[in-house]
Design a protein around this ligand. Structure first.
Ligand SMILES: Nc1nc2c(ncn2[C@@H]2O[C@H](COP(=O)(O)OP(=O)(O)OP(=O)(O)O)[C@@H](O)[C@H]2O)c(=O)[nH]1
Ligand SMILES: [Mg+2]
Ligand SMILES: [Zn+2]
Length: 339
């Protein structure tokens, strides 16, 4: 599924890009459960109609699903967030988190990176952080890369410049073996420019950022899957304003594996890493090996995930359980073969 609009989709088919309408079964499933709506990255079975037209007969089970939580509407009670999840991309092996190297003095938005990494781990895909526009920061790049690395334990972090092509081959290398990736990040981060660099031609529209504050102009408005001639698929997405967590399983823990490791060495198994004696997390902050910001960020994201869980979204939970079932079944079979 390359692109989805209301009631219709564009699919990549052996014969090229096809416009298809949803069949009755797909419409029924989606009416009963929005999570069953066709999504970019979905694999689908088509039925041939007269005159060489096709309709979408059914979706194949998703191997992975990148789901965002509620978009953070503020309700009367002052609480924000809603419990409706939305599948942003299906069947992605890799989640590229694009963070632009904009400020020589400021640090990057590490909180946004951590949030996206938690969602990426939860999706069942593997995250990779790309520091885009690496040409803009000059001398400060090494410092920035170290900063970003502290927010991304166990995750590859690469600098990329899509204009000169530096680092683009490394990104291409991640896609080897006909993998599927989605690229996420703020508007103006250079996502579409990177997709064009990978494609070797201008497939996505790009636009200069605003002169005053370097923010993007929300140029990409649809999620779009591009087949790269060198193999591999990449999904370009609109710039993210705010992305919510939901009732998560391992995602937050995976994104904070450094703290999880330390926490195993705390004296008390139920240590809150607040003021307890023998706390290995506080000791690491004390000796400078763990930035205090990390602990704050971990607490914040855990609270958010717990709160979303308390709102409960049975449909979403079912989709996620289903997803893990499929992933585990796949893993038991020989590795992670593509359909
Ligand atoms: N200097 C420099 N500029 C870049 C680089 N990559 C992208 N840009 C510029 O950044 C601007 C925004 O790039 P886009 O690719 O449109 O950004 P985007 O992330 O797709 O933005 P949205 O579609 O709005 O989400 C364009 O003017 C690009 O030319 C880079 O590596 N170096
Ligand atoms: Mg774009
Ligand atoms: Zn502790």
């Amino acid at each position: 599924m390359a692109r989805v609009d209301r009631g219709a989709a564009e699919v990549l088919h052996a014969s090229g890009r096809l416009q298809v309408h949803y069949g009755a079964q797909v419409r029924r499933a989606a009416a009963a459960d929005p999570v069953a709506l066709p999504c970019v990255g979905d694999w689908a079975a088509l039925r041939e109609l007269p005159e060489g037209r096709f309709e979408l007969e059914a979706l194949l089970p998703r191997r992975t699903a990148f789901v965002r939580g509620g978009v953070g509407r503020v309700s009367r009670s002052g609480l924000s967030g809603d419990s409706q999840g939305q599948v942003l991309a299906a069947n992605v092996d890799l989640v590229f988190v694009a963070e632009p190297a904009l400020h020589a003095t400021d640090t990057a938005d590490l909180g946004r990176i951590e949030r996206l990494l938690a969602l990426a781990w939860e999706s069942g895909g593997r995250p990779v952080v790309l520091v885009t526009k690496a040409d803009l920061i000059g001398e400060g790049l090494d410092f920035l890369m170290r900063e970003v690395a502290t927010a991304a334990p166990g995750v590859d972090v690469h600098p990329v410049c899509s204009l000169t092509g530096e680092g683009v081959d490394i990104v291409r290398g991640h896609l080897e073996g006909r993998r599927t990736a989605v690229v996420l990040g703020a508007s103006g981060a250079g996502k579409s420019t990177l997709v064009n660099a990978l494609a070797g031609e201008s497939v996505m529209e790009t636009q200069q950022v605003r002169a005053g504050d370097a923010r993007g102009r929300h140029t990409t408005v649809h999620r779009e899957l591009i087949a790269l001639s060198g193999g591999g698929l990449i999904i370009d997405t609109p710039g993210i304003r705010r992305i919510g967590l939901y009732d998560m399983g391992e995602g937050v823990d995976m994104a904070f594996s450094d703290i999880e490791d330390l926490a195993r060495r705390c004296r008390f198994a139920d240590c809150l890493h607040d003021s307890e004696p023998g706390c290995a997390v506080l000791a690491a902050i004390e000796d400078g090996s763990l930035p205090e910001r990390r602990l704050d960020s971990w607490n914040k994201l855990q609270r958010e995930a717990t709160w979303m869980a308390s709102r409960g979204d049975a449909r979403l939970r079912k989709e996620l359980q289903n997803k893990w079932k499929i992933i585990h079944k796949e893993m038991r079979k020989s590795g992670r073969n593509r359909p």
